[in-house]
Structures are given as C-alpha cells and as structure tokens.
Write a new protein. Structure first.
Length: 686
C-alpha cells in the first residue's frame, strides 16, 4: 500500500530525524574499500561539514575528491547525490545514486533522495510515490519532498498541511520552515511566508535556501536595495550558490547596477554551465542597452528551457516584435496574458501587436480591462480608440481619444470590469474560497454603486487572508471610491507592510495626498525610490512634485534621467521638461522641448499648454494665446490651464476674460497657486 506524505508524517512521531544530518549520520558507519581509504574518509567528512554550513559548492569539490580517492565507495556517491540535490541538479543526483547502488550502497536508505531527484527533474507524481517508500527515520525529508511535489502539482493547501504535520512533531526543522515559507509565498500569503522564512533562519543561520527566500520576500516588502544583503548573506556561505546568484543578479539589474549584474550572471554560469536563467538575464541586459541581436543570441542559448516563464515570454515577444516576427510575438504575449491576466504591460504590448496585425476586435478584448481603469495611460487609450475606429464604432473611438488627450489621470486602481453584477455574483458564489472571484464580485459592486456591500466584502476578504496584500489593497480601493482617503491610506499601509511594490506605493501616495497629508505622501515616495531608484512611475511622480514645488534643478535632473531611459517619444515627459527648464529661466531649452511635445501630441491639452506657455514666456503672445485657449477648451476643468490662460489675458489687457479664467482656476479646491492667482485677480479689480 502506498503511503501518503501525511501518513509518513504521522508515522515519524518519536522517530523523525533532522533532514540532512540524519541521512549523513546514518551513512557514516560505512567505510571505503579502496587503498586511499584515509584520504577518501577525510574528504567525505569535510564535504559533510561544508554541506551543514551551507557551502554546497565546496562540499561538492570534497565529495568529488572522495570519489576520486575511492571510486567504488558507495557512500561517497550517495553523499555526492545529496550535494547535487542541494544544488538543484536532479539528473546528476540520480546518476550518483545509481552509482552508489552499483557499489553496494543500501538503496533502501535513499528512497527520499530518489524522490527529490525525480521532483527536480519535473516528475512530481513519481516523486510522491517514491517518497512513500522512505524509512521512518527519513520521514521528515520524505514528507518535505512530498509537500514540494504537491505544490508542483498545484495542490498548495495539501503541501501546507503536509509541512504543518512535519512541524508539529519537529518544530525546530529549519528546512521544513523554509519549505513552508516557499509554499506560502506561492499561495499569496506573503506575511506567512515572511514569518516562516524568518523562523527557518533563526533555527539555522546556514540555511541558504531560507536566506535566499528571505531576500526575495524583503525585495517585495521593503525594496530592491534592502534585499541585496540577504542574497549576499547566502553567497557568503557559498559564493557559487546558483539560486542566490540568479536572484541577486536580477535584483542588481532592477536597481540599475548593471556591471554588478553581469558579474553575478557570469558567476552563475561558472556555477552551472549553460544556466538558462543566467543567459536570460544577460539577454535582458543586452535588450536594455538596445543590442537586440545579442539579446536574441543569448535567448537562443537558453535552449528553450525557460520559454514558459513570464519574463522570458515578455522578452521573447519583444525581441520577436522588434525583428518583425509579429505572429510569434503575439503568441508569446498571449501566453503571458493567459498566465498573468493583470499584467498591464503584457496586455498593452499584445493589444498593439494585434491591432497592427489587423485584429481590431482581438485588440479590444485584450485592452478593455486596462482601458476601463481610471488611471489608464494615454497610449492604451489611443490604441483602444484606433481599434474602435477600425471596427467602425467612431462614437466610441472619439470617447477614448478624448480620454487619451486628458492631461490628468486618476490614481492607481484595480482593473475595471464589463461583466454584469449577476455574472460576477454567481461566479463568487460557486467558488466562495477563491479570492480572485471575490475581488471580481466586489469590483462589480463598486461599479453598481453599492460601495457599502463592496466594503463589507473587501473587509471579509482581508479577515480571511490577513497575509495577502491584495486583500488590504481591495479594502483601500473601496474606501477611496467612498472618499474616505485617510482610512484608505491606513489600508494601503497594511498592504505596504507586507509588500511594498509600485501599485501599492502609488495608491498610498494618492490616498495620503488626497487626505491632505502631502509631506507623509512625499516620505512614502522617497522611501520607495530609495529602494527602487530605477522605477519609472516613481521618478515621474517625484518630478511632477518637484515642478509643483519649484525645485527646478532637481526636476530637470530627474526628468533628463528618465528621458535617457525612455527616449524622446514621450510627449508628457517632454512637456514636463519644458516646464522645468522654463521655471529654471532657460526659456530656449524649454521652448524646444515644448515644441517637440506638441508635435507628438497636438490634441493633448498638457502638451498644447506647455507649448503655449513656452511661447508666452519668450514673448510670442499671439501664437501663445491661441495655444493656451486651445488647451483650456480641450480641458476646461483643469485649473492650471485656466490659470495660464488668465495670466496671458491679463498681460494683454483683456481684464474681464482674465478674471473669468482665474476665478475658474480658484474654484478648484486642489488648485495650488491660490495666493499668486488671488494677487493677480486683485490687480484686475475683480
């Protein structure tokens, strides 16, 4: 009868051994048969000691030396297999186990090792069956392998239950705690994962799997810079530990430390020749530098082993599109959207590719969830407008073009939904434990105007999933709709305590700003940028506030850095640069940027105003007035545009018209230049 992982856990009570040391101590009674017995024993003992301290690469070298000293010693091959398992190489581990068996090693001691090897080779079902054959003294290890296999099959609750039973009888099992942390991470219980990883490290500071996991969690909880010391701690134990090197390299790259990223990928390739993850990261680096041919060559060296991963799909589609292979790009991005339906970047890219291929309806289907957001970007809205135009729905095209031209957008919000409330309700009722469907239902309630019911639903979701940041974000989103900005900020703060990423930061900053706490909002933004210095959304927001605060030099530095990264085709960025340079009394440079911005988006009120304002500052009042009037007519509710037009009217002696525009600006409670506007209004006698 096959034993399940949970049965093994129950049987292990009173006999459960610590995972690695139990196996190795059991092996230690054997002695080599070859002539170099002393040398073999010494190297194997050193290998075991290094394995215990987390220096797996050095442990491998000593195990190899032991095998070289006595190739027929079964224990040396078994220990070598254990080292390969720690390195994540299931094929090499199985080979060593087979050699151990041929040399006379009692293979009944190795069922859990075979199970681990087969799991690493992508055969979780076979791994579970083999783990069930493990001897009671190895039950802890066997259950952990079984739990990992369950997780690989998608049974995350089953994996958690199996690990919980292991920990109920062996609460000081560091490896089980780190496995539990990984499973919780995959379920979205980020707070639970943080607790488990911290516990694993407290129990065994040499647990480099736990140190690496802690780095991944800190990266989301606090930011890129804060995560680096955790990966470095793992690498101090083993400078060639491949999983830590890959995570370290990716984090360095996101933080803008490209030379260090490249060095880390090279070490990863030295640790694991042909590492597809390392080649992928090098391809990302090449693509960022605009060397697409090199990026393609590097992706080819991954041999398709990571083609299904989200990052590889995104990059692969980009490289295909850049080379003109549009159908291939569409297929890759479609796979990515299927796996990550809330990935806005992937939807935008796929929508643009579909529209280019002539599939306007397909583009609309992909882009609709993004376009329904309050903070949809102008590029996405323009794509939707073009798609509607191609389907003959010109009225809808006009509406989305109007939105694309609007200079200001709402804060970061969840996807919109065009499903009816009854459909969303039915879906949630059929799977009450599915948090994704519950989120869809509460968004449907918001769209239907029942914010009270939506808030109750969101609060219930947060109570049921306290470690999931998405649940706290949902509470904040509903509170924002209700205008309870301070309460929303508190909900976003709870989410940020668990996972402080870009959407959480944008929500928190928006809520604090609307609640009248601009200094606190600025602190949140500054903290985020200190950890994520390359984040484009954060840099844009910082530059916007620097302009509003008259910090012209700082704004120019921020915006020019952004321009170097995103190029010269971003009209909003060029318009902001125009304002910054004009504020810094460099009217000539400001005018050149304003003119370029207007050429890119002549119907955008922000770029139109920037160009008009630049002309006004350089004394070309006639042309300036036409543009300022055009901007105000496109977006009459925008106070800054009214204020600029009012100043131009005042200087031209058109006092009644100037007073009308300035009074309209002052009617907006969020208008910032109130004191200056009131002073001008007073001179007009209004």
């Amino acid at each position: 009868m096959r034993k399940s992982p949970s049965h093994l856990a129950a049987k292990a009570i009173g006999a459960l051994a610590v995972v690695a040391s139990a196996i190795l101590i059991a092996f230690a009674a054997a002695t080599p048969a070859g002539a170099d017995a002393a040398d073999a024993r010494l190297n194997l003992a050193q290998s075991l000691g290094l394995l215990k301290t987390g220096n797996i690469s050095a442990a491998r070298a000593h195990a190899q030396a032991a095998i070289k000293a006595d190739p027929d010693w079964g224990l040396a091959h078994a220990v070598m297999a254990r080292v390969y398992l720690a390195l994540g190489d299931g094929i090499a581990a199985e080979g060593e186990l087979n050699r151990a068996k041929a040399a006379g090693f009692d293979i009944n001691r190795a069922h859990q090792l075979y199970a681990h090897a087969w799991l690493l080779q992508g055969d979780p079902q076979r791994a579970i069956a083999e783990a069930g054959k493990a001897q009671p003294r190895f039950a802890g290890y066997a259950v952990r392998v079984g739990a990992r296999a369950l997780a690989a099959q998608g049974d995350l609750p089953g994996a958690q239950r199996a690990l919980a039973k292991v920990l109920s009888v062996a609460p000081n099992d560091s490896a089980a705690w780190s496995d539990l942390g990984r499973v919780r991470y995959n379920t979205g219980d980020i707070a639970g994962a943080i607790d488990a990883a911290a516990k694993a490290i407290d129990l065994d500071g040499n647990n480099i799997e736990a140190l690496t996991l802690r780095g991944e969690l800190v990266r989301g909880q606090y930011g890129l810079v804060a995560a680096l010391p955790w990966f470095e701690a793992a690498l101090r134990h083993d400078a060639y530990y491949h999983p830590a090197l890959i995570e370290y390299a990716g984090t360095l790259g996101d933080a803008g430390r490209y030379s260090d990223m490249l060095e880390a990928t090279r070490k990863a390739l030295a640790a694991r020749p042909g590492s597809p993850q390392a080649f992928y990261l090098q391809a990302v680096l090449a693509a960022r530098a605009g060397n697409f041919d090199l990026a393609r060559a590097l992706m080819e060296r991954t041999a398709g082993k990571i083609d299904g991963l989200p990052g590889a799909l995104l990059l692969g589609g980009t490289l295909s599109y850049q080379a003109g292979a549009y159908e291939q790009a569409i297929e890759q991005w479609r796979q990515l959207v299927g796996r990550q339906p809330m990935n806005i970047t992937a939807r935008r890219l796929l929508g643009a590719a579909l529209l280019r291929s002539g599939d306007a309806k397909g583009a609309l289907d992909i882009l609709r969830p993004v376009a329904l957001r309050g903070d949809a970007d102008s590029y996405t809205l323009s794509l939707v407008a073009r798609a509607f135009e191609r389907t003959g729905e010109r009225d809808w095209s006009g509406k989305f073009l109007d939105r694309a031209a609007w200079p200001m957008r709402e804060g970061s919000t969840p996807f919109g939904s065009d499903d009816s409330l009854p459909i969303l309700t039915n879906a949630a009722n059929q799977a009450p434990d599915d948090p994704v469907l519950r989120l869809g239902y509460l968004r449907g309630l918001i769209d239907a105007g029942d914010s009270g019911a939506a808030l109750a639903q969101a609060q219930g979701l947060a109570r049921d999933n306290p470690g999931a940041p998405a649940a706290h974000l949902a509470v904040g989103d509903v509170l924002m709709v209700m205008g309870r900005y301070a309460d929303a900020a508190a909900a976003y703060r709870r989410a940020a305590d668990i996972h402080f990423d870009e959407p959480t930061m944008l929500r928190a900053v928006d809520a604090l700003d609307k609640a009248g706490h601009r200094p606190e909002a600025a602190n949140v933004l500054a903290l985020f940028l200190s950890q994520n210095p390359q984040n484009i959304a954060g840099q844009r927001l910082a530059a916007h506030w620097q302009i509003a605060g008259g910090e012209w030099d700082a704004a120019i530095e921020t915006l020019e850095g952004l321009r170097q990264r995103v190029g010269n085709r971003d009209s909003a960025l060029l318009a902001e640069l125009a304002y910054a340079y004009m504020g810094d009394d460099d009217d000539e440079t400001g005018l050149s940027y304003a003119k370029a911005a207007y050429a890119l988006a002549p119907m955008n009120p922000a770029t139109t105003d920037a160009y008009g304002w630049a002309l006004y500052q350089t004394g070309e009042n006639g042309a300036a007035l036409q543009l300022l009037e055009k901007a105000a007519s496109i977006a009459p509710e925008h106070a800054e545009l009214r204020w600029h037009l009012g100043q131009a009217y005042a200087d031209l002696g058109r006092k009644p018209e100037a007073a009308t525009q300035i009074q309209a600006a002052l009617a907006d409670p969020d208008f910032a230049d109130r004191e200056a506007a009131q002073a001008v209004l007073k001179t007009l006698g209004a």
